[in-house]
Write a protein that binds this ligand. Structure first.
Ligand SMILES: [Zn+2]
Length: 154
């Protein structure tokens, strides 16, 4: 198993090889960089610090043009044996996530998982060029809409 104290693993993955991301991307060229560092926590538990960086082309939900999303994943994961029983305290510990591993750590799958968690649900340009997009976020007050109906002939 990869994860040992003090060990650091660096590398890149071609986006084209991270197939679970493909449905979310406008194109699958380019790559992402990762670094994983293994170390022991205060209870002797095995921790992984995972960082993933890169740019992914997402589709803007308003204009459908490309939004270049900057990945900046920095996660702390505690490696636990697959199928391990966990106490409620452990489950509620939000300083870290738990990573069940059976045998060898699948780095590509882990990186892919972390990217999926990091991607925005509804990506948008900060300043979307679509005409009318600037006021698209304005909420219509239902009472105003009703007031407008008052007094109108049927
Ligand atoms: Zn847009």
């Amino acid at each position: 198993m990869f994860a040992r104290e003090g060990r650091v693993l660096n590398g890149t993955f071609a986006v084209s090889s991270l197939e679970r991301l493909h449905d979310l991307l406008v194109d699958v060229s380019g790559d992402v960089s990762f670094q994983i560092q293994g170390f022991k926590g205060g209870r002797g538990e095995l921790l992984l610090q995972l960082q993933v960086t890169g740019f992914l082309p997402l589709a803007c939900q308003r204009c459908l043009e490309v939004v270049s999303f900057e990945l900046d994943v920095d996660s702390l994961l505690e490696v636990i044996p697959e199928g391990a029983d966990m106490s409620q305290d452990e489950l509620e510990d939000d300083t870290r996530d738990f990573l069940p591993v059976a045998g060898e750590l699948n780095v590509a799958e882990l990186v892919e998982d972390e990217i999926l968690l990091a991607l925005p649900v509804a990506p948008r340009h900060e300043k979307c060029g679509l005409p009318g997009a600037a006021d698209a976020g304005e909420r219509i007050n239902p009472f105003d809409a009703l007031a407008g109906l008052k007094g109108k002939p049927n």
